[in-house]
Ligand binder design. Structure first.
Ligand code: E4P
Length: 220
């Protein structure tokens, strides 16, 4: 299972690459805005961090674009910047034609903002390289997400689609574990979600306990 970092903050990405060997990066317009840098600057900086690796960076096309040909043109422009880029296109009707055209040209698409198994199925039929079902937003809306992810994995496996499933908008370790149980290929989450998940208070309690015993024991 791959862990992607959902961020456009270069220091954070460099840290996560170095410390946890994260497998890829996902960005979106919010992350880019938070970085405080111009879009083109920040995506090129992120590209540098993963240069020469197989790690992918998902970069989103201008979300105002609702025309397939314009999506393709924008995606081609972004894909030319780095071989690591996978182009994020939001899951709306014109996207399907764009994804199909881009797949034929060898440009990988991450179909984003997926909230139903039907959207996921159509994105996979169109040839999306990744699909991003957003579970955090659905849970905030009191919707079930375990079944949602299981359904998408089952459909993908039933028909042998090559698409990898990125469970996105992940808020806690339980959701990461559930995504793994469901058979999702990838999760993408913020640095703090991973750091909280890799930590446990009992580990610290145990360290304290063992340090006390260590201090009461002769070494030789
Ligand atoms: C995924 O690719 C998205 O960037 C991300 O998970 C969006 O969700 P969030 O910004 O609400 O965490």
């Amino acid at each position: 299972m791959k862990f992607f970092l959902d961020s456009a903050i270069t220091d954070e990405i460099a840290y996560a690459l170095d410390t946890f060997d994260i497998d890829g990066v996902t960005t979106n317009p919010r992350h880019v805005q938070v970085s405080g840098k111009p879009f083109m600057t920040v995506i090129q900086e992120i590209a540098k961090l993963v240069e020469g690796t197989e790690k992918t960076v998902s970069v989103e096309v201008n979300p105002h674009i609702m025309d397939a040909d314009k999506m393709v043109a924008e995606a081609e422009k972004l894909a030319a910047i780095s071989p690591n880029f996978v182009i994020k296109i939001q899951c709306v009707e014109p996207a399907f034609k764009a994804i199909y055209a881009l797949a034929k040209k060898g440009i990988r698409v991450n179909c984003t903002l997926i909230f139903s198994a039907m959207q996921a199925l159509q994105a996979m039929r169109s040839g999306a390289f990744y699909i991003s079902p957003f579970i955090g937003w659905k849970e905030a809306n009191a919707e079930d997400t375990r079944q949602f992810v299981e359904d998408i994995v089952l459909i993908r496996d039933n028909f042998g689609f090559d698409t990898e499933i990125i469970v996105a908008a992940v808020r806690n370790a339980r959701q990461i574990v559930d995504a793994g149980i469901a058979g999702a290929d990838i999760v993408t989450a913020g640095l703090q979600v991973y750091q909280d998940g890799f930590d446990h208070p009992y580990t610290h309690k145990g360290i304290q306990l063992f340090c006390d015993f260590w201090d009461q024991t002769q070494y030789e």
